[in-house]
Design a protein around this ligand. Structure first.
Ligand code: PEP
Length: 259
């Protein structure tokens, strides 16, 4: 059985003090249930770079994992404004979100660049959360699977089969991110099943069947249960609802509310 992953993408929110405060609140909510929850799931928060040191301190002794929202593919050099994988690792970061739709559509990151970032992060023994997702226009013209499979294949083109354990994929329809409009569990499952098939072609059946596929896009405590009940939906990448301890904790507990 695949472990689930619930990851909070804080985006450009919460400086160091606010990060500490949110993590303290989250720990008050989740620490008492940590042993119970960690049986089948991992929990991760991805603060902005500047808040990572404070978050790392606040997470000391916790089973909550620390993520970053991007990373460069090289480990040092003349890359103004970028952060190296090793710099993130030094603070205990274990996962890096790559190819988020805001990176693709606001900052113009290409499939090729994202593929290089994925390979660079994995080369430093970090886990890559590769995001894929279609725009509303692409969905309306029936191009959803073509788009997400192209993003998946390009994103993973340089990942070797032996590194499949470092890959997580997040399907995030662009029209569902921050809009309050969620894909139905059936829409999400259809895409996840196609992603799984493509991962089987790339890595082989068994390694592909172990890769967690997250859904992201306006996930809330109210809609998460139905999403993760689908066979290929292994957790969630959560934006807005991860900024409040109560809502993120409720999402994290989905399907496993009490001991
Ligand atoms: C995201 O940023 O990855 C995301 C899914 O955001 P939201 O949950 O706010 O739609």
């Amino acid at each position: 059985m695949r472990r689930k992953l619930f990851a909070g993408n804080w985006k450009m929110n919460l400086g160091p003090n606010e990060a500490r405060a949110l993590i303290a609140e989250l720990r008050r909510e989740l620490d008492p249930q940590a042993a119970h929850l960690s049986r089948d799931r991992d929990i991760l928060v991805a603060p902005p770079f500047i808040s990572i040191p404070a978050a790392a301190q606040a997470l000391a002794g916790s089973s909550i994992l620390l993520g970053a929202q991007n990373a460069h593919f090289e480990d040092q050099g003349a890359f103004t404004g970028e952060i190296a994988p090793t710099m993130l690792k030094a603070f205990g970061v274990s996962h890096v979100i790559l190819g988020h739709s805001e990176r693709r559509h606001i900052f113009g990151e290409s499939d090729e660049l994202i593929g290089k970032r994925v390979a660079g992060v994995i080369a430093k023994r970090l886990n890559a959360i590769l995001c894929v997702g279609e725009t509303l226009n692409e969905r309306d013209r029936g191009a959803t699977l073509e788009v997400v499979l192209r993003q998946l294949q390009n994103g993973l083109s340089a990942v070797k089969p032996e590194d499949s354990k470092r890959v997580i994929v997040a399907y995030e329809p662009v029209w569902a991110i921050g809009t309050g409009r969620t894909a139905t569990p059936e829409q999400a499952q259809e895409v996840h099943a196609a992603l799984r098939e493509s991962l089987r072609d790339h890595f082989g059946r068994q390694p592909a069947d172990e890769i967690p596929l997250l859904y992201g896009g306006s996930v809330t405590p109210e809609n998460v249960e139905a999403l993760i009940a689908k066979p290929d939906i292994d957790g969630a990448l959560v934006g807005g609802a991860s900024l409040k301890a109560a809502s993120f904790a409720a999402i994290v507990r989905a399907g496993r509310p009490t001991e």
